[in-house]
Design a binder for this molecule. Structure first.
Ligand code: FEO
Length: 171
């Protein structure tokens, strides 16, 4: 059984994950409007992944005997100064999420909730990958700064990303 405090924290993180989906869909809209459909595709796939992250919190709360509480989701930023600005904003957001997951893990440990710790372990690993993905694209964007052809090559590369549900990915 999960304590009320832990349930509240899990519900808060479920909201953060659904907000992430909303944020990356907003970025997909920005890239679509900038005529960069490949980067828009990457962001849409990212948004779909975030939906599955939110759903994983929903399922864990249900399975562990907790009560789900869907909290209001803020409106995301829709406009960005440049592709680099959007990815830097995204990395900043992922660092925030990493911090929240870390604090959730601390709480699960303090309450000796072994089930919550095992559940959260997947997210600890996932956040390393999330930050690495954003950081790598930021490096590429910095390298091609001001070079339109370079940006189109990144657009073509990011067009290749396809959505793989976490279960199928081995989670
Ligand atoms: Fe679900 Fe991007 O963290």
């Amino acid at each position: 059984m999960l304590s009320q405090k832990l349930q509240d924290a899990l519900n808060e993180q479920m909201k953060n994950e659904f907000f992430s989906a909303y944020l990356y869909m907003a970025m997909a809209g920005y890239f679509q409007n900038e005529d960069l459909p490949g980067i828009a595709n990457w962001m849409r796939v990212q948004a779909l992944e975030e939906m599955t992250h939110g759903e994983m919190f929903f399922k864990f709360l249900c399975d562990a005997g907790g009560r789900t509480n869907l909290l209001p989701v803020d409106g995301p930023q829709n406009e960005y100064k440049s592709p680099l600005d959007a990815f830097e904003y995204g990395l900043n957001h992922e660092q925030f999420v990493t911090d929240r997951i870390g604090k959730l893990m601390d709480l699960a440990r303090a309450e000796s909730s072994h089930a919550a710790q095992i559940f959260l372990q997947w997210f600890v690993t996932e956040q390393v990958e999330e930050e690495a993905n954003f950081s790598l694209i930021i490096k590429k964007l910095k390298r091609v700064e001001g070079d339109g052809r370079g940006l189109l090559m990144i657009d073509q590369e990011l067009a290749q990303r396809v959505f793989v549900p976490p279960a199928a990915a081995g989670a």
